[in-house]
Design a protein around this ligand. Structure first.
Ligand SMILES: NC(=O)C1=CN([C@@H]2O[C@H](COP(=O)(O)OP(=O)(O)OC[C@H]3O[C@@H](n4cnc5c(N)ncnc54)[C@H](OP(=O)(O)O)[C@@H]3O)[C@@H](O)[C@H]2O)C=CC1
Ligand SMILES: Nc1nc2c(c(=O)[nH]1)N=C([C@H](O)[C@@H](O)CO)CN2
Length: 237
C-alpha cells in the first residue's frame, strides 16, 4: 500500500515542481493551494488530490487537517512549502505582518505535524517531514525581519519534531534552506544581477534544485534533524 505525500502551496514554482516530480515517480500526491491557478487543474488531471486551503486563519488549518484525514489514513511525507515572502517596507502594521509570517511559516507546520503524526507513523516504511525554510534562518534579513524570524522558528520545529518522532515512530524531519533558487517574474534586471552576486557560484539554479533536495531526503535512511542548504556558497561570501 502506498501512502500519499502532502505538499502545501503546491500550485506554483518550487511546490509545483516538487509535486510534478513526485507524481512522475508514481507517488500519490495531495497538494494544497490558496489561489486557484491553471496548475491546480493540471495536477488534478495528473491524478493529484487538490485541496484549497488558506492557513491565515485557525479555521483554515483545522479544515485542511480534516480534509487530509478524509483523504487518507496514512502519509509517506508532509512537505511544508506554503509561504509568503513579505517585507516590512510594504506595511506599517508590524503586528499584523509578524502574526501573518508566524502563522503560515510556524504555526501551520506546528499544528499539521502534531495532527498528522500518527498518519506518518502508520506508513509502512520510514516517513518524512520536510520544512522549506530559508538561508536567512541562520543570519536574519534586514528587509524581511518577520519573515526571517518565522523561518528560524520553522527550522527550530525541525529540531523538536525530529527528536519527538524518533526512534519510537520512524519519521525523519529535516529543513531545506534555499537561498536564491528561483526569481520572481517581477524581479528587475538590477535586482537579479545583485542577487546573483551574493553567492559564490553566482547562479540561480531554478526549482529542480529543490526537487533534487527533496528526493535526497526522501531516499535517506539516516538523515534527520538536519538542514540541506541550497545557497550556492553564499554563506562563505
Ligand atoms: N524561491 C526561492 O528562491 C526561495 C524559496 N524559499 C522557500 O521555498 C518555498 C517555496 O518557494 P516559492 O516556490 O518561491 O514560494 P511562493 O512564493 O511561490 O509561494 C508558494 C505558495 O505558498 C502559498 N501560500 C502563501 N501563503 C499561504 C497561506 N496563508 N495559506 C496557504 N498557502 C499560502 C502561495 O499561494 P498563492 O498562490 O495564493 O499566493 C503560493 O502558491 C517557500 O517556503 C519559500 O519561503 C526560500 C528561499 C528562496
Ligand atoms: N515564499 C517565498 N519565499 C522566498 C522567495 C519567494 O519567491 N517566495 N524568494 C526568496 C529569494 O529568492 C531570496 O532567497 C533571495 O533574494 C526568499 N524567500
Amino acid at each position: 500500500m502506498t501512502s500519499p505525500i502532502l505538499i502545501t502551496g503546491g500550485a506554483q514554482r518550487l511546490g509545483l515542481a516538487i509535486a510534478k516530480d513526485l507524481i512522475a515517480q508514481q507517488h500519490e500526491v495531495i497538494i494544497t493551494y490558496r489561489t486557484k491557478k491553471p496548475a491546480v487543474d493540471e495536477l488534478k488531471a495528473l491524478g493529484a488530490v487538490v485541496i484549497q486551503a488558506d492557513f491565515a486563519t485557525q479555521d483554515g488549518i483545522t479544515t485542511l487537517i480534516s480534509d487530509v484525514k478524509s483523504q487518507t489514513k496514512t502519509l509517506r511525507a508532509v512537505i511544508h512549502n506554503a509561504s509568503d515572502w513579505d517585507q516590512e517596507a510594504d506595511t506599517n502594521d508590524y503586528n499584523q505582518l509578524f502574526q501573518k509570517m508566524m502563522q503560515v511559516h510556524a504555526n501551520t507546520p506546528y499544528q499539521l505535524n502534531l495532527a498528522l503524526q500518527n498518519m506518518l507513523a502508520s506508513n509502512d516504511v520510514v516517513s518524512d517531514i520536510i520544512h522549506m525554510t530559508d538561508y536567512v534562518q541562520i543570519k536574519g534579513s534586514k528587509k524581511h525581519i518577520a519573515y526571517a524570524a518565522s523561518k528560524a522558528a520553522l527550522h527550530n520545529l525541525t529540531l523538536s519534531f525530529s527528536a519527538l518522532l524518533a526512534p519510537k515512530v520512524k519519521v525523519k524531519v529535516n529543513s531545506i534552506a534555499p537561498a536564491l533558487v528561483m526569481f520572481n517574474d517581477h524581479d528587475s534586471p538590477i535586482y537579479r544581477a545583485k542577487a546573483l552576486k551574493k553567492s559564490l557560484l553566482e547562479v540561480c539554479p531554478g526549482p529542480q534544485e529543490a526537487v533534487k533536495a527533496v528526493n535526497y531526503l526522501l531516499s535517506s535512511d539516516y538523515v534527520t534533524g538536519q538542514t540541506l542548504h541550497l545557497d550556492g556558497g553564499r554563506h562563505l561570501k
